[in-house]
Ligand binder design. Structure first.
Ligand code: SF4
Length: 352
């Protein structure tokens, strides 16, 4: 068997003490047919996952793909040079943003640390968090930090949605909070990454609740062992939210059963919310249009880098201002080459 590589502590989500929504009521659920769902379920049968050539990763995160829209080379330098990454001036801003996110998350539920000993434990907590939040969404209430995962364009992708809630029209709205040091809306370059990020979340979320994720995707693509007995803390947490499982495979089966009969709709609206870090005042909100064909085309362009089909690219010439705030500018070959031969940058078109 594989060595345990995920000895860690992962946060599991539970409802606030005053809230009694934590009954999954699995025995009362009936599996909905495709007709009842009102749409034909798409099946991604036969998807074969190759490990990503670059960095031998099992999956990509939505955050990494979002960073890639800023500068692909910066992303790669960050992975190869974690010691420089730690000196990025933006880290303080990122950490402050994380604290604000956590405070907001705790408004709707509690988090409890769970000891995980295997990769199956870690992934199991992710699944349990989804299972816990589905009934809350079905009850028309708000959830935060909703995990999503799936296979997009042949690659495993994982992420966490900031917030899902319903508006007055009854539409399911994804709200992504961004906190900003400056009291102003982001420019086009940042907004591009944000739009890409929420678009990917929608693809992953809709795929989950449409039942497009299958057992073999989870087990084979993420190389997880169905027979692996879940850690005692994970089993205890599952019981706490009404799920009696022993192995990872049993948990996956429960997960897929719940997804097959959920009443939760696809996401109707994508929205960005920008807040000022110091004052926590609202800077503004932006509705993000969703164009699946364009999004998938952009994604394929970015994935070509991860699957080793091409080398990483630096910024376009019109975006050279990004280099002035980049922690890797001293070591960046792209920047060095561009100062010697600026015309090389002119040939670098944005990945579309
Ligand atoms: Fe990208 Fe510019 Fe940084 Fe190089 S210096 S990694 S091109 S942002």
């Amino acid at each position: 068997s594989k060595p345990d590589t995920s000895k860690d502590t992962v946060n599991a989500i539970i409802s606030l003490p005053s809230d009694h929504r934590n009954e999954l009521g699995l025995q009362q659920r009936s599996v909905k047919t495709d007709e009842e769902r009102g749409e034909k379920r798409k099946r991604n049968a036969g998807v074969v996952q190759k490990p990503l050539l670059r960095f031998m990763k099992r999956h990509l995160s939505v955050t990494q793909l979002c960073e890639q829209t800023w500068c692909e080379l910066k992303l790669e330098y960050g992975i190869r040079n974690p010691q420089i990454r730690k000196t990025d001036k933006r880290r303080t801003e990122i950490q402050t943003g994380a604290s604000i996110h956590l405070a907001r998350e705790l408004e709707v539920h509690s988090v409890i640390p769970i000891d995980t000993k295997t990769r199956e434990d870690s992934f199991g907590i992710r699944i349990l968090n989804v299972l816990h939040m589905i009934p809350i969404l079905e009850a028309g209430q708000c959830v935060r930090e909703f995990p999503v995962f799936g296979v997009l364009e042949g690659v495993n992708i994982m992420g966490v949605i900031d917030e899902l809630s319903y508006n007055q029209k009854g539409e399911l709205v994804l709200n992504e909070l961004k906190t900003r040091r400056h009291d102003s809306l982001p420019g086009d370059a940042q907004a591009l990454g944000h739009s890409f990020q929420v678009g990917l979340y929608k693809l992953l979320f809709d795929g989950l609740i449409r039942g497009e994720v299958r057992r073999e995707h989870i087990v084979n693509n993420f190389t997880l062992r169905p027979s692996q007995v879940l850690g005692s803390e994970v089993q205890a947490h599952a019981l706490r939210i009404g799920i009696n499982v022993v192995t990872f495979g049993e948990l996956v089966d429960t997960f897929l059963m719940v997804l097959s009969c959920t009443e939760v709709p696809c996401i109707d609206l994508l929205q960005m919310e920008y807040r000022h870090q110091d004052s926590n005042s609202l800077i503004g909100t932006r509705v993000v249009p969703f164009d699946e064909a364009q999004l998938r085309s952009d994604l394929r362009g970015y994935l070509a880098y991860w699957t080793g089909q091409r080398e990483p690219r630096g910024v376009d010439i019109e975006d050279a201002w990004k280099c002035t705030m980049c922690p890797y500018s001293e070591i960046c070959d792209w920047r060095k080459n561009s100062s010697q031969a600026p015309e090389t940058l002119h040939t670098n078109k944005r990945i579309k």
